[in-house]
Design a binder for this molecule. Structure first.
Ligand code: 6CS
Length: 315
């Protein structure tokens, strides 16, 4: 078996390292019968193109960010809702692992598009960077915010008064450097590794959302696998839950220090207080109803189910 595993990141970053480890484990388990080639981001188009290639069966496996499938699976835009998951990242991962709303209901929505998400996992809490400080919703007034191509991400930033622009991350460094855009959101490891802190003077530790990635297979490909091989895939997905969690945890911690200690490219790191976060939360909550009213026939059902699961997990 020869499969392609496409990621949205480059070597050294979480998605790529996850896929490389996945490939190694599959080769080992199958005594070399399964050979997986891992692709860095860049060669196969942007995030949306990559999701479409998987859907059409040109590739077998991929790490997909729901932000790039917003127009295909409207319900999956729920990941664009701010302050939805708990601040405790390990608890968030537990919810992602166990949620029926995601692993049964949302998975079925993806399968209508021939994509099967086998796991939802966090790449870390997201933070803001900006050419100006971002501490209150007023700071977002007219702010040119780079976003991934999901309409609900746009609505989430419009709720703060920002002016969001979808852009592929490959073009983001230059856009920030040239001042065409004012800021962006990402987990810390990605901000550092992509060098965004080099061209941004401010970073706000806002923890306003979690970056969720999905391990996805083409549905026909997966269903047609011999049982023993499919079981190896499932087993590897299970093993990778804790491995992936550790990878992001370590990289986010190490690279926060790297940003704070980079004297060549100083970035002011500001930690939002709970009161300051509350001002954003109040503007973010109504976006949930907007999502239910505007995106996908099952969005209300799936979001309500997930919110109940989150509440139960927090008790
Ligand atoms: O901001 C982005 O578009 C990129 N961020 C991460 C954490 N992974 C890949 C994604 O394309």
């Amino acid at each position: 078996f020869q499969w392609d595993f496409v990621t949205e990141e480059v070597q050294g970053q979480v998605q790529y390292e996850y896929a490389a480890e996945f490939a190694e484990r599959m080769a080992e388990k199958s005594d070399g019968r399964v050979e997986i080639t891992v692709f860095e981001y860049g060669g196969l188009g942007d995030g949306v193109d990559q999701a479409e290639q998987l859907m059409d069966g040109y590739t077998e496996l991929a790490i997909v960010s729901p932000g790039f499938t917003g127009t295909m699976v409207e319900e999956a835009q729920l990941f664009a809702l701010h302050f939805l998951f708990p601040d405790d990242i390990a608890l968030t991962q537990q919810i992602l692992d166990e949620s029926e709303a995601l692993n049964v209901e949302l998975r079925a929505k993806y399968e209508e598009h021939n994509m099967t998400p086998l796991a939802f996992w966090t790449e870390g809490a997201m933070q803001w960077t900006g050419s100006s400080p971002l501490r209150t919703p007023d700071d977002f007034d007219g702010f040119q915010m780079r976003i991934q191509e999901s309409p609900l991400i746009s609505n989430s930033y419009q709720a703060y008064g920002a002016d969001p622009t979808p852009l592929d991350w490959g073009e983001l460094y230059t856009s920030l450097q040239q001042g065409a855009l004012d800021g962006q959101e990402n987990p810390i490891f990605f901000i550092e590794d992509a060098g965004f802190h080099e061209v941004q003077d401010h970073m706000t530790v806002s923890n306003h959302n979690n970056y969720v990635a999905m391990t996805v297979v083409n549905t026909d490909f997966y269903n047609d696998l011999p049982d023993d091989i499919r079981e190896m895939v499932d087993e590897t997905v299970e093993e990778m839950r804790s491995v992936g969690f550790e990878m992001q945890d370590q990289m986010n911690e190490e690279l926060l220090t790297a940003i704070e200690e980079d004297t060549e490219n100083p970035t002011e790191v500001y930690y939002l207080s709970e009161d300051e976060r509350q001002a954003f939360r109040e503007l973010a909550i109504p976006v949930r109803q907007f999502f239910i009213d505007n995106y996908g026939e099952d969005s209300g059902r799936i979001l309500n189910m997930l919110e109940e699961e989150i509440q139960a997990a927090q008790q």
